[in-house]
Design a protein around this ligand. Structure first.
Ligand code: ADE
Length: 225
């Protein structure tokens, strides 16, 4: 899969894209990620990417010209062009899984008071929010979406199995995990995990998932099949 990220702050993604799972996925050519500076498509001598809003008001708005030029240069037939914005559609694990099947994604991260509406109306295919809070710009939001979708690309996760048992794939939160030692500062690992009876362990884990989900995310229980 190819991903292009358009941002005014490319350095924000440097460490994130070269570390851990994503770093390895890129080295293994499972993922090609290009971070591009929107400013490179500004044509005036000050490399302007924003301007005052028509109608007045606080803040600045990102201009059409550089963003149209950038997307028109980067896009390929069938690619999906995604704008990260707090007034977008809430991001979910299901969306991550769906995006992981695409061949080419372009992420546009906004700044200031957002981008000129004509960009959203014509050269953006979908708008995603990563939560009900406002970040200083959409670059970290793009990083979050990329990280979550990369886990659904075959080969990116070491253990494919970890996808099937974890949170959200079945609208349940995770069960508690323990590792050695069996007793730490007087705190023991639950008996059932030490006995090695697989059926019992599965039952216990499922019960813990239901308990945790009911406590923290009762809304998810309503989505149970
Ligand atoms: N840009 C600023 N805040 C954001 C959010 N919550 N989600 C996506 N993009 C954003």
């Amino acid at each position: 899969m190819r991903i292009d990220v358009l941002t005014l702050f490319p350095a924000m993604l440097d460490g994130f894209l070269s570390e851990s799972m994503l770093g390895r996925a890129r080295e293994a050519k499972l993922l090609e990620i290009n971070v591009r500076n929107t400013r490179d498509w500004a044509t005036d001598k000050h490399k302007t990417t924003d301007d005052r809003p028509f109608g007045g008001g606080a803040g600045m708005v990102m201009k059409c010209e550089p963003i149209f030029a950038a997307i028109e240069e980067l896009q390929t037939p069938g690619c999906r062009r995604i704008y990260l914005t707090p007034d977008g559609v809430p991001f979910t694990s299901a969306k991550a899984e769906q995006l992981a099947k695409e061949r080419h994604l372009i992420f546009l991260s906004g700044h200031y008071e957002g981008v000129d509406q004509r960009i959203r109306d014509t050269i953006i295919d979908e708008e995603i929010s990563i939560g009900d809070y406002v970040l200083t710009n959409g670059t970290l939001a793009a990083a979050v979406v990329i990280d979550a979708l990369a886990r659904f690309i075959p080969g990116v996760l070491g253990e494919e199995k970890s996808l099937t048992t974890e949170s959200f794939t079945r609208n349940l939160l995770d069960f508690p995990n323990y590792t050695r030692p069996a007793v730490f500062r007087g705190m023991s690992v639950p008996e059932v995990l030490l006995k090695g009876h697989h059926g019992e362990i599965e039952k216990w884990r499922h019960a813990k998932q239901l308990e945790k989900t009911a406590l923290v995310r009762p809304d998810l229980l309503k989505k149970q099949p």
